[in-house]
Design a protein around this ligand. Structure first.
Ligand code: SF4
Length: 434
């Protein structure tokens, strides 16, 4: 018998989850088992999340995307959040993180793990205040551990825990005078708790107890990066790298107890530093799957941060990031609405797909080649069938239809359609333009 997917893999057992991942990735189950045993692939699949359609996360597999959702004090409609969840899954998101910070978080979380086929992740420290109904400074280390246990029992597949900052980080942040200090919400809460109580980070101090909880329920730990840079000026600085080194040590401690791990990464990073960030993480964290937020490659595009982040995400994926957390146009501005969620997902589906093509994932480019064939013969229905968002593609073409008699083209060039001209020229046909 086994506790976690990693425990099974290390005993030579191929689980039904590994078989499912192998099918989806066009790989042999034994190959997936080996990677899970080494920690290079994580299959977040809590034993209580029985309706999950499992996915593997690893740099040699298809790049997966995560969608952040959840209520806040200002936007607390759970039905609306559920609409976002359903539309995210329909659009192909492999993972949903419930970041709710208001209301009946337990009911919503349980609804997610009982109905959603996607992986479900949470950040238990957000929920600690809500669940225990205590303000941050009154919470005890035991309260935080109890929240982790509650989420594990509720069927959450992975939890972000900011285990990598310690009391030493308080001095580092003061000494290095970052432009944006700490921008990770969970990281800032841990930092504030340490400052207020004078105690060590409970997620670091009681890491072994947390590992026991995660091993029991097979919860994957996503090691949060509290010091992820919040602006280009803070990228790849001492605070970020010092935390990453600790995350590398914690990765090994987790693996020693057969607990699956992902490591979280930046953040805001200039494009020319993205590759180095991916390579340093892979080395320091012994190939553990890297889960990045963006990275956003410029700080000056609020309203368009799904684009700044997708540019960084594509490059990160190409150089080894396994899991991309989407960013929406509402980033830095507001809680995303349904349209923002859609824009963020599309941007990241594109980034993940571009990365998969660049890193040579078997079969990743097939659909692009199909699209090219459909374009050559001006077969619009076949083009929509290949499109990531067929509805939008169709709506744009239909709203600006080509003039009569040239319905095979589109209104971009009409009678000057290069594809049509070439098809006719190569068939020795006459090309009528006037
Ligand atoms: S009209 Fe222009 S844009 Fe449209 S299909 Fe032909 S070549 Fe492409």
């Amino acid at each position: 018998m086994y506790t976690t997917q990693m425990h099974a893999a290390r005993q030579g057992i191929i689980t039904k989850e590994m078989e499912c991942v192998a099918r989806k990735e066009n790989q042999q189950p034994e190959y997936i088992r080996q990677l899970v045993a080494e920690g290079k692939v994580a299959i977040p699949a809590n034993k209580h999340h029985t309706c999950i359609n499992p996915e593997g996360i690893g740099s040699m597999l298809r790049t997966k995307i995560n969608v952040n959702l959840g209520t806040s004090r200002d936007c607390k409609d759970y039905n609306l959040e559920m609409d976002k969840v359903n539309s995210a899954i329909q659009m192909g998101a492999e993972s949903i993180m419930d970041l709710s910070t208001h209301g009946h978080t337990e009911i919503f979380r349980r609804k997610l793990t009982s109905e959603c086929t996607a992986m479900i992740g949470t950040v238990p420290i957000y929920d600690s205040v809500i669940h225990h109904q205590k303000d941050l400074g009154e919470l005890t280390a035991q309260d935080f551990l109890d929240t982790v246990r509650l989420h594990a029992e509720d069927g959450v597949d992975f939890v972000t825990l900011h285990c990598g900052i310690t009391r030493k980080t308080i001095d580092q942040i003061k000494l290095h005078k970052r432009k944006l200090n700490i921008v990770s919400r969970g990281g800032s809460l841990v930092f504030a708790w340490m400052s207020m109580t004078g105690q060590e980070n409970p997620f670091y101090e009681y890491f072994d107890e947390i590992l026991d909880i995660c091993a029991e329920h097979d919860v994957t730990i996503s090691l949060g990066d509290a010091c992820r840079p919040g602006c280009l000026a803070d990228a790849t600085d001492v605070c970020q790298i010092e935390e990453l080194v600790r995350l590398g040590e914690l990765t090994k401690r987790a693996w020693a107890k057969n607990v699956q791990v992902m490591v979280e990464g930046p953040g805001h990073v200039p494009l020319n530093q993205v590759q180095a960030n991916m390579e340093v993480q892979q080395t320091i964290c012994s190939g553990a799957p890297f889960y990045v937020l963006g990275p956003l490659v410029t700080d000056i595009a609020p309203g368009y941060d799904h684009i700044t982040a997708a540019i960084g995400g594509a490059v990160a994926g190409m150089h080894g990031a396994a899991f991309l957390c989407y960013v929406t146009p509402a980033e830095h501005l507001a809680l995303p609405n349904l349209e923002d969620v859609k824009q963020g997902i599309m941007a990241f589906k594109i980034a993940a797909h571009a990365a998969d093509i660049a890193k040579g994932i078997p079969g990743a480019r097939d659909i692009d080649d199909k699209m090219a064939d459909a374009r050559r013969v001006l077969d619009w229905e076949a083009q929509y069938a290949c499109a990531l968002d067929p509805e939008t593609a169709r709506a744009i073409r239909d709203s600006r239809a080509p003039e009569e008699g040239h319905s095979e083209t589109c209104s971009m060039c009409g009678k000057f359609c290069a594809v049509r001209s070439m098809n006719k020229a190569l068939n020795d046909e006459r090309i009528d333009i006037l």
